[in-house]
Write a protein that binds this ligand. Structure first.
Ligand SMILES: [Fe+2]
Length: 163
């Protein structure tokens, strides 16, 4: 049976569970879920970062960290972030939230510095050592080739074969 249009479903704004305070709770839950997911991804990334000494890998992981932290800090500092969560439940702890936000700035700045230093290391000392190693490898190939030709020439001479 087809229901008539006079039995319209209520709009979201008419639904008591999705309006006003209810909407706020829903946004808080979603925000908390996203922050928790970020923390999980961040933990995995930090495990990899702490186990990395290869500067090329380090550069990739630091870039990923910057992407993740930029979004994560924006979420925590946004309308449904930590200020809202803590302020609703325990306003006397808002100073602690501000200290954490201030630390966001310092860590983001430090991360940018470290990324710059790693890139300078890759572009400078690492690039020079890679080039020097390749040059040495090519020299060794030429050296071994010359050595083989010299030994072969000596054997031919010993056998009285002129080349
Ligand atoms: Fe966080």
């Amino acid at each position: 049976m087809v229901t008539g249009s006079d039995e319209e479903q209520p709009m979201d704004s008419d639904c008591p569970q999705l309006s006003g305070a209810g909407q706020r709770v829903s946004a808080d839950v979603e925000s908390r879920q996203r922050i928790a997911e970020d923390h999980h991804a961040l933990g995995e990334l930090l495990d990899r970062l702490e186990a990395t000494s290869d500067p090329n890998l380090l550069a990739l992981e630091l870039a990923e960290l910057e992407r993740l932290l930029t979004a994560h800090f924006a979420l925590e500092e946004g309308d449904d972030g930590l200020h809202e969560m803590v302020g609703d439940a325990a306003p006397h702890m808002l100073a602690g939230v501000q200290r954490l936000f201030d630390e966001h700035r310092r860590m983001s700045a430090r991360l940018a510095e470290i990324r710059g230093e790693v890139q300078a290391c890759l572009d400078g000392p690492v690039a020079r050592l890679v080039a020097a190693s390749r040059e040495l490898a090519q020299q060794l190939r030429r050296h071994e080739q010359a050595e083989n030709e010299l030994v072969a020439g000596a054997l031919y001479d010993d056998l009285g074969i002129s080349s």
